[in-house]
Design a protein around this ligand. Structure first.
Ligand SMILES: Cc1cn([C@H]2C[C@H](O)[C@@H](COP(=O)(O)OP(=O)(O)OP(=O)(O)O)O2)c(=O)[nH]c1=O
Length: 200
């Protein structure tokens, strides 16, 4: 991927309404100059593969977020895949319950695609992590649902919250599961010319 020249005047716009993504950028020392969450239809296509889906949605979010000349836009999309099944954010407690029962005791994949846009140039990168959820008892399921932490989370869980107690094992990027794979995001932002975290 050919890198753009570092441009200290370039400002980052986070095109995401996810507070987790803003916090994760904070870990890199990046405070977005603006937050503009695009409103796009995230319905998966019939039979669409999970990885194709997150790449398409991340790209569509970037296409819907027009940067000004001094802006670099960052978007992301995270989905939980069990086999070919795509699990987005649960509509309600009942769907969250169904998701958790599907994930209980099995390995699944969390795929996050990140997209950076400068002018008309969009670059997309996806990161996949394998996650193993323990076998959940009825009590664990109802206690977790009572926390409400499943709301707004793909797959009806947030590994960085109380669900951490339900996940003994991952193989891949922890920050990618949360919603912004920081190693890949840092590389992508630097190759697009953003200056952060010390000398370019
Ligand atoms: C699996 C998992 C998801 N999530 C969250 C991250 C995302 O906020 C959400 C995935 O939904 P997304 O549609 O990727 O993101 P969003 O709707 O929250 O925000 P936007 O579309 O504006 O960028 O699930 C966690 O916080 N922890 C986890 O462990």
């Amino acid at each position: 991927m050919n890198a753009r020249a570092p441009d200290p005047a370039l400002k980052l716009v986070l095109a995401s309404g996810s507070p987790r993504r803003r916090e994760l950028l904070g870990q890199l020392g990046i405070v977005p100059a603006a937050i503009r969450a695009p409103d796009i239809d995230e319905t998966p296509g019939k039979g669409e593969k999970p990885r194709d889906y997150v790449n398409r949605i991340a790209r569509q979010k970037a296409e819907a977020s027009v940067p000004s000349d001094d802006e670099l836009v960052l978007c992301a999309d995270t989905t939980v895949a069990a086999g070919r099944r795509i699990m987005g954010k649960p509509a309600d407690r009942a769907e969250a319950d169904a998701f958790l029962r599907l994930l209980s005791g099995r390995r699944h994949r969390v795929i996050t695609a990140i997209a950076a846009r400068r002018g008309d140039e969009i670059r997309v990168k996806d990161v996949e992590t394998a996650v193993k959820m323990k076998v959940l008892s009825e009590t664990e399921i109802s206690n977790y649902l009572d926390t409400g932490d499943w709301d707004g989370k793909a797959g009806a869980y947030a590994i960085q919250g109380p669900a951490g107690a339900l996940i003994p094992w991952i193989n891949g990027s922890f920050t990618g599961v949360v919603g912004l794979p920081l190693a890949e995001t840092a590389t992508l932002l630097r190759t697009m010319g953003l200056v952060f975290g010390g000398k370019p």
